[in-house]
Write a protein that binds this ligand. Structure first.
Ligand SMILES: [Zn+2]
Ligand SMILES: [Zn+2]
Length: 250
């Protein structure tokens, strides 16, 4: 199959690599139909070079069609459409049962003390081959794989792999009081989703970004925006919230 591989600092390339196959009863193999590129992938491109190996397959935001499942995988079957979250977690250890899947004790990378394994993300997260590839082996697919309906474009579901849960967690951790106000600083993918989630939860959301197209996108979802390239944005935020400033910030 073809896959996007890390070759050296600032160098990635599509290469022919061996097809993945089932190695554990809890595995699945999917044919990838869409995969997003993450801002975090930029860290692999340069700053995490000491933890990368030539030929590593990157990518951690995939979805696709199940090709094959191991004997312990019962909630999905070949032909199902699935989204694969970036965390590799078992679902049954102490940490997973607390809802702390990113610290899964079964897959934790203790050598580096970084937490659970993570698709396509360097030795720091277990050197698991990633999803910017034609096919992906999904470890712990008995827990992680999310089955989605066979209707609609991939973009309707793809962001369940990282962007939506990451943004949801950001807003949740911001602990906005009921009916309160939330400032979102920056309207990249996580900021856009955080703003929409804040609105969905009934908060007043004011977002800042220097890029007009990003502000326009947020405004289409009822978000108030400020141009962060202008002076005095902090004062403008205060003015918009009766001089007190927003209740919470993400
Ligand atoms: Zn990501
Ligand atoms: Zn676990």
């Amino acid at each position: 199959m073809k896959a996007l591989t890390w070759q050296a600092s600032n160098t990635v390339s599509v290469e022919e690599v061996p097809d993945p196959h089932i190695q554990e009863p809890t595995d699945a193999v999917i044919r990838v139909t869409s995969t997003a590129i993450c801002g975090s992938d930029l860290h692999l491109y340069e700053v995490l070079t000491p933890f990368m190996d030539k030929g590593d397959i990157i990518g951690h935001e995939p979805m696709g069609i199940v090709e094959e499942v191991g004997s312990a995988v019962t909630h999905i079957k070949p032909g199902d459409r699935v989204v694969i979250p970036f965390n590799v977690s078992c679902g049954h250890c102490f940490m997973c049962r607390q809802g702390l899947q990113s610290q899964c004790e079964t897959t934790q990378v203790r050598e580096y003390g970084t937490g659970a394994q993570f698709l396509g993300y360097s030795r720091l997260y277990g050197s698991v081959p990633g999803g910017q590839a034609e096919y992906l082996r999904v470890p712990h697919a008995d827990y992680g794989a999310i089955k989605v309906p066979n209707v609609g474009e991939d973009e309707r579901y793809l962001f369940l792999s990282d962007v939506v849960p990451t943004a949801w967690q950001a807003v949740d951790y911001a602990a906005v009081p009921d009916g309160g106000s939330l400032a979102v600083l920056g309207l990249g993918p996580i900021g856009q989703m955080s703003a929409r989630i804040g609105k969905h939860l009934g908060y007043r959301v004011i977002a800042t970004d220097a890029v007009p197209e990003r502000r326009a996108m947020a405004e289409r979802y009822g978000i108030e925006t400020l141009d962060s390239s202008e002076d005095g944005v902090a004062e403008q935020l205060k003015d918009l919230t009766d001089g007190r400033g927003p209740n919470s910030v993400v």
